[in-house]
Design a protein around this ligand. Structure first.
Ligand code: AMP
Length: 398
């Protein structure tokens, strides 16, 4: 699979699919977090340094019916100018006549940003004719949008057909793919996967797939209580997906059959309300009283999980151990984060943190630079670890 380093862009127009789906302030429409933009700057810089030009395309938000000002990418033009320090032109219609004139006239060292691709329904439908039109904007197609790599959209996958030889991964994509592949195909053992978050239903497929590659799977967060119920526990008012209880029993059996240690939390911090002001206490997970709900893993679980993490050489973490957004229930997630950092620092473990909420937790504790890698992709990373080939990656590989 080619990456951007396999090409020289001198005299070429690179057509780059980026993820500029940045959060905007509802009132002022100012960018509130530009991490997705800064992530892709090295890709843009390499192309410009080679002597090429960049036609940049992205989606922003979820427009329903055609153009809507609050989803216009014109809101990011000035910021892109200040980040890159080069002229940035803007095309108000990504496949309009004017846009093609602008991309044809683009000079080396310049950027043209196309208006939101999702102003056309054809983008999400993966429409071939729409992809063919977009393809006319560039000589070499670069995909650097990991956040949408699990979608077979026109600009993320279908378009690659029109660049049979001239297509590659940008730096963001190349890094995400290399790190995910390292875990999927070259994990050093012992390998622990830590899976948390609210719902079992979101994580069933990933757990199923991890049963084939991990030595231990730690289950934490709200999803643990569905397992507890399956084991005959009384879980009080804790989160539970009743229609998934049978499935959790099957997972426990499958893990035993494969010799995988499926490690559940023995205890919880329970609360009498879903609130940071609630009364709290530690409780055995098999005996949570009615009127109380588990909102964090308890001290025994922290210790059990910590031991396994510290003995591991590969660590994959997706999903928090509790309601870490509230200070009363952040201890479990913080303890796990500390153990991951310690294993990375002291034992040279390879640690990959992925999925929106675990990345947010790591950022909250200020540990982004103390783990091996924090993925930028939520859904895309999950699907990778569910064992699916991502359309955005497959399109470059083929
Ligand atoms: P997910 O998006 O599925 O990874 O879930 C993340 C969310 O799960 C976070 O917002 C947490 O607050 C929430 N969560 C974690 N543990 C619990 C719990 N025990 N009860 C309720 N919500 C939880």
């Amino acid at each position: 699979m080619k990456t951007i380093d396999d090409f020289s862009f001198a005299g070429k127009r690179a057509l780059i699919r980026v993820d500029f789906n940045v959060p905007l302030d509802k009132q002022t429409l100012a960018i509130t977090d530009d991490a997705r933009m800064t992530a892709t700057l090295p890709t843009i810089a390499k192309i410009l340094k080679d002597g090429g030009s960049c036609v940049v395309m992205s989606h922003l938000g979820r427009p329903k019916e055609g153009p809507e000002d609050k989803y216009s990418l014109r809101h990011v033009v000035d910021h892109l100018k200040s980040l890159t320090g080069v002229p940035v032109h803007f095309a108000t219609d990504c496949i309009g006549e004017e846009a093609f004139k602008q991309s044809a006239a683009l000079k080396a060292g310049e950027i043209l940003l196309l208006e939101n691709l999702r102003f056309y329904k054809e983008e999400e439908k993966g429409d071939l004719a729409f992809a063919e039109k977009l393809a006319k904007h560039g000589d070499i197609y670069v995909n650097d949008a990991f956040g949408t790599a699990h979608r077979a959209h026109a600009s993320t996958a279908v378009i690659a057909k029109f660049f049979p030889e001239n297509k590659c991964l940008g730096y963001v994509m190349a890094r995400e793919v290399a790190n995910a592949e390292k875990i999927l195909n070259k994990a050093e053992h012992p390998f622990v996967a830590i899976v948390g978050g609210a719902k079992v239903s979101d994580k069933l497929l990933i757990i199923e797939n991890l049963l084939n590659i991990a030595d231990t799977i730690i289950i934490g967060g709200g999803m643990a209580y569905t397992f507890m119920k399956g084991m005959g526990g009384q879980i009080g008012n804790s989160l539970c997906e009743d229609d998934r209880v049978e499935l959790t029993k099957e997972l426990i059996q499958k893990a035993a059959a494969k010799g995988v240690n499926l490690l559940l939390p023995k205890d919880s911090i329970v609360a009498d309300a879903f609130s940071n002001e609630a009364n709290t206490k530690a409780a055995d997970n098999m005996h949570i009283e009615s009127g109380w709900m588990g909102l964090d893993i308890g001290p025994q679980a922290c210790e059990d999980f910590r031991k396994v993490i510290l003995a591991s050489k590969t660590i994959l973490w997706n999903g928090p151990m509790g309601v870490f957004e509230m200070s009363k229930f952040e201890n479990g997630t913080r303890t796990i984060a500390n153990a991951v950092v310690e294993a990375t620092d002291k034992n040279g473990a390879f640690s990959l943190i992925g999925g929106g909420d675990s990345a947010a937790a790591i950022a909250k504790f200020g540990y982004e630079d103390r783990v091996s890698y924090v993925s930028t992709g939520g859904g895309a990373l999950l699907e990778y670890f569910e064992g699916k080939e991502l359309p955005g990656v497959a399109a470059i590989r083929q």
